[in-house]
Design a protein around this ligand. Structure first.
Ligand code: SF4
Length: 368
């Protein structure tokens, strides 16, 4: 059994009910809209609501958001780990991504940065989440040869968990996410076997739009939960802000299926067909047309449904460039242009009106 950790008013792990999580996609600096969305998600059933913080202005907004919502708040720090000091008094959990720690102050070892995070978390009674993401692994991990059965994602999570243990900090959970549900399933199984006492937050990143995004999440999460693995979960869906509660509905459906024993069969998804992965968007999204763009990609590519092609649609420059590398064709959004890639190669930047015909051209070229 996992150990219990406290996140604001809730306890996770240790046999407590699996907590559902969601994330705000409003601009964090728009503190009124963000607080309203946090409260709405909380009242709908989100035990934890995550907010993205990248700048001192976002951090300042968080103080106001805290006063306006009862939600248990988790903050997502990507590159600027030093912002933890400013945000910790106002949040209940801090998520850091081991793959992004190297960006700021590259000469400072990651262990020193994590030590700072642990000190701040301890001082402000915050939990931490080690949030490892397959698409944004620490460059040092990408070169690590697979050790026995350990993927770089599992290796990174274990390394950080062991480091937090060495600091005698136990109020943390771990997530191992990626866009391939079967890779997520295996990574979490392996981690849970090796570190059975560490609470796990489950999720498939860039699962995409419903219904496909729900199917991919079910494929990873239902078997894990049925095996007793997982203490919190998020079903990340590419939906407009007004429909974000669908993430909670999908999470409830997953828990219900596990309870009833009606878990999804792996053959419900065929990875050798067209696979559109898209991020759920968050405060970092660079153009409000992102969700519309993802939907347009799905509509325009229906003719290629049987083609084994992975298309990634990402909302911003923080994760867009890296997380489209593995796709056959990748689109990541800037404020007025969409960047189109084939694998790791940038093909060009196009306006929101030009991008779909360009994408179709590329698909036809690949098919011929
Ligand atoms: S790709 Fe960017 S906009 Fe999309 S969820 Fe990730 S950080 Fe947010």
């Amino acid at each position: 059994m996992t150990r219990t950790i406290r996140i604001g008013t809730i306890l996770i792990g240790g046999g407590h009910p699996v907590a559902l999580q969601s994330m705000c996609a409003t601009k964090t600096t728009d503190y009124l809209a963000t607080a309203k969305m946090c409260q709405h998600l909380y009242e709908y059933g989100a035990a934890i609501v995550r907010v993205a913080v990248d700048t001192p202005l976002d951090a300042a907004a968080l103080a106001k958001i805290r006063d306006l919502t009862d939600a248990n708040l988790s903050v997502d720090l990507q590159e600027n780990y030093r912002l933890a000091e400013t945000v910790a008094p106002f949040v209940d959990k801090i998520r850091y991504n081991p793959g992004h720690l190297h960006h700021a102050e590259p000469n400072v070892p990651w262990t020193e940065k994590v030590r700072v995070l642990v000190e701040i978390a301890t001082q402000h009674d915050c939990a931490l989440r080690i949030g490892v993401n397959c698409g944004s692994l620490d460059p040092a991990q990408r070169g690590v040869p697979a050790q026995k059965e350990l993927s770089p994602m599992v290796h990174s999570a274990l390394e950080h968990a062991e480091f937090l243990d060495s600091l005698k900090f136990d109020q943390y959970c771990v997530s191992l996410k990626g866009s391939d549900p079967f890779a997520v399933l295996e990574a979490n199984r392996t981690f849970a076997r090796l570190q059975p006492d560490v609470p796990l937050h489950l999720g498939v990143t860039e699962a995409g739009m419903p219904p496909e995004g729900i199917v991919k999440s079910r494929l990873a999460l239902e078997p894990l939960l049925a095996e007793g693995i997982g203490d919190t979960l998020r079903v990340s869906l590419t939906v407009p802000n007004a429909r974000k509660t669908e993430e909670i509905d999908a999470g409830r459906e997953i828990l219900r299926n596990v309870e009833l024993g009606t878990i999804i069969s792996p053959d419900q998804w065929q990875p050798n067909r067209l696979n559109i992965i898209s991020c759920p968007s968050c405060a970092r999204v660079e153009n409000d047309r992102f969700v519309e763009l993802a939907e347009a990609v799905r509509e325009a590519t229906r003719f290629a449904a049987d083609v084994p092609l992975k298309i990634a649609v990402m909302g911003c420059r923080v994760n867009g460039p890296g997380e489209t590398d593995d796709a056959d064709l990748g689109l990541w959004c800037g404020s007025s242009q969409v960047n189109l890639k084939r694998g790791e190669t940038l093909l060009g930047s196009f306006s929101y009106d030009e991008i779909i015909p360009k994408l179709i051209e590329e698909i036809r070229e690949k098919k011929s």
